[in-house]
Design a protein around this ligand. Structure first.
Ligand SMILES: *Cc1c(COP(=O)(O)O)cnc(C)c1O
Length: 364
């Protein structure tokens, strides 16, 4: 048996006719930039998340950048975030000259530990940026409360959690700004790079929309320093098709996770989802000792695995200048050594799940 980690080809084959037609419609009208589909998608994204404004953009990374630019994040500003995440979370902070201030994670959810945030708040703290890792939303109520108390804006890095719920509300609509990604391997993926921002603040939405097109207010008149950050019409057309069956995809992901849970919970540390949360399972990640060995053997058996993420951000070479050292965030460091993601997508079959879990059990 050879198993596919993300099954992107199957996802296309399953809806090929509709997707091909949608792409063709864009190509034949040549409305490649800000065509009708972009607006249509934004309206559906607003309906789906409940956020008043959805602004599509060129990637999840650019969504984070645009969000911080719209808040006038400046060199020297401090932004509190997790060290256990994809590089883009902190890279965009540093790119704007601001300072990533890391706070260790909670060992059960792998999201930022809300009990350790307050001690890191200073006069220069401009934003708290929790990451809703692996598809589960961070503790947004507590984080928003801190934001209110200290007048700090909260941006949810929801790149992995589009569609997840927290106390009945959708991820992306839980703070001043939510940012998501439509990178192909994310729960809702397009056929290239794509992303979106969400807010309920009209002024902020207008500013982000302007900054997405070089800060212009009308063509060739520029109010802000912005960027070329639009979503391609073709990607919007693909997403419009994929949104139609997204709820089903999420249900199947949840079903896959449940089966993994049942088969593995007694032998490894399986993911913990809080009672108030539903996850969209961007990753299904377990923890094992001796990970390299297990990965190698599974690979031989046709089972691909991945590590999200092998090195926490405070220990990355690019952040040496921040002067963090090993031992600063022990939980992130420990989890980085043990975490391992299993194939997770709506097209993993029950048979594959049984095969994968049987092989893992035989190794432990
Ligand atoms: C994927 C991801 C991003 C960046 O999204 P892109 O669309 O790849 O630019 C940012 N943050 C997190 C947590 C991610 O997983």
């Amino acid at each position: 048996m050879i198993i596919d980690f993300a099954n992107l080809t199957k996802a296309y084959q399953e809806h090929k006719e509709n997707i091909d037609r949608a792409i063709n419609d864009v190509v034949s009208t040549s409305r490649f930039i800000m065509g009708e589909e972009v607006k249509q998608l934004e309206t559906l994204l607003e309906e789906y998340t409940g956020a008043k404004y959805a602004i599509s953009c060129s990637s999840g990374t650019d969504a984070l950048l645009l969000g911080m630019m719209a808040l006038d994040v400046e060199p020297g500003d401090e932004i509190i975030t997790s060290p256990f995440t994809f590089i883009a979370t902190a890279e965009t902070i540093a790119f704007l000259g601001a300072i990533p201030v890391f706070v260790d994670i909670d060992e059960s959810t792998y999201n930022i530990d809300v009990n350790r945030i307050e001690e890191k708040i200073t006069k220069r703290t401009k934003v708290i940026m929790p990451v809703s890792l692996y598809g589960q939303v961070a503790d947004m109520d507590e984080i928003n409360e801190l934001g209110r108390k200290y007048k700090i804006t909260v941006i949810e890095d929801a790149a992995q959690s589009f569609g997840a719920t927290y106390k009945g509300k959708k991820s992306c609509n839980l703070s001043s700004i939510g940012c998501t990604s439509f990178f192909p391997a994310k729960p809702l993926g397009c056929f290239g790079d794509g992303g979106a921002l969400f807010t309920n603040d009209e002024q902020l939405s207008d500013k982000i929309k302007s900054m997405r097109v070089h800060g212009q207010t009308q063509r060739y008149f520029h109010k802000y320093i912005g960027m070329g950050g639009r979503l391609d019409t073709i990607q919007a057309a693909v997403l419009l098709e994929k949104l139609k069956h997204y709820e089903n995809d999420v249900k199947r992901r949840q079903d896959v996770a449940k089966q993994y849970d049942q088969n593995l919970k007694d032998i490894v540390i399986t993911p913990f989802i809080k009672e108030d949360n539903t996850s969209v399972w961007a990753q299904y990640s377990i923890r094992v000792k001796n990970r390299d060995n297990i990965q190698a053997i599974l690979k031989e058996k046709g089972i691909p695995t991945a590590v999200h993420y092998p090195k926490p951000l405070h220990l990355q070479e690019c952040f040496e200048y921040l002067k963090y050292k090993k031992g600063d965030f022990p939980i992130s460091e420990k989890v980085s050594d043990e975490i391992m993601s299993l194939p997770m997508n709506p097209y993993v079959t029950d048979q594959e799940i049984n095969y994968i879990t049987k092989q893992i059990k035989s190794l432990l």
